[in-house]
Write a protein that binds this ligand. Sequence first.
Ligand SMILES: [Zn+2]
Length: 489
Amino acid sequence: MLRFSPPLSVICLTLIAVPGLFAQTRAPQEPMKPLHPLEESYLRWNLAPADQAYASIDGRHLKGYVEDQSAISRRYRDNGHPQFWGRIAGTEADEENAQWLLGRFRKIGLSDVRQQAFDLPPQWMPQSWSVAVATDDKTLAVTSAQPTYRSPGTDGLDLEAVDAGFGTEGDLAGRDLRGKAVFFYSTDYFSRHSTINGGAIKRINDKGAASIFVILAVPGNIKTQFYPVGSKVPTFSLGLQDGSAIREMIGQARDRKPPRVKIKLDVTQQPGMKSSTVWGSLPGTSDETVFVIAHRDGWFEAANDNGTGVATMLGLAEFFAKIPKDRRRRTIQFLGTTGHHDGTAESGTWLAQHKEVFEKTALIINCEHTAANEMVLNNGVIQKSNWPSTLTWYVGGSPKLEDIVVKAYAAFGVPTYEIPARTPAGEIGRIYQFAPSIQLIDTGLYWHSDHETADIIPPTGLEASTRAYAKIIREIDAVDFKDLQRPPK
Ligand SMILES: [Zn+2]
């Protein structure tokens, strides 16, 4: 019988190459450190000679705008709003951000710089909350708990904790969840919606739970702000570390008293708040327009959503302000909008009701989450890479426009998915059909979380998206209005 026996050197190499095999038996090691700061090791894209005109769009400069906006969020947090914070519509952070943007627009030299104010309907404003889980011998303060948007409040609940697995039909079958605090686990990493785990929140609601907790399986203990999930009871997202600890407490108490969950959530519906669209324009030589739109609101530091989009808009304003008017075919309208995190989207609603604004619009560009790090789930931790993440993209227009857009992304190394989106998710959802329109958008692992900070924004990615948009605006100057339109259905 012929047996293959590998030489000793191969065995040794195999052992060296699979350190995980030995990790369990060794003492824990210090994590490895980067050899170079990430900021200095981002991969750079060489500009073709024909694209040197775009070299003035500088990612590090644009990242400064992201940091400015993050600082506005932190000021709001530190000014008495430690739990529900960000550049939230209607708050002082909204107004500070609007004033900041007006200032930038004026400094760049845009004309007709103005603020269009809107009265907001009463806004869901959680004032404070606390969640604690306790067994006879242990109490856990659940610091990562974040109420889902528009969650009902409570003066105080004291409930039995139950673990509902993934919240699937199979997990819930035969379970009595009435009046209980139900925890479920989700590997639906990118959902911040009622759709999580295929409608788990509705299923658990329907079984009479008194409170619901979604444990988002993103490594660490991040706080994540969900959109409304349609729950009738106080509902929270939890970080993985807290969630795993609670599931363990439930498991350990199996034959004894189950853990109890104490919940408080003080919510007010705040009337009388205001938000605004910030307008600025750069006149061209015809009555045709290009709209460049970025929503101003965001949760937590909101570095990507939508610090990057606003930075991209400003980068475009700076770039085109330096081009003499007689070489700009169309007027460019820059709009910092109220956004949509509050669920009412006043700017978008107003624009949708004023379709005439877009009568001569050759292109709408939505600047939304234009760059974040590619982050990879690797061995139970999230690794930041030194390149920008792959972006979802939408283009609605003629084959000529599609061609210009695809080539512009390729020219600057903008990573996109193979297949574009059918419709644009995000801020231009109400208006994109009024004119040819495009967008790039990233929603990564840290989207809507307290980890979405400026240090996950690659200047190279910001630069690439912004240069691509600039090239698209310039190249459509050579294309007539009618030749940019979507083909008839
Ligand atoms: Zn957004």
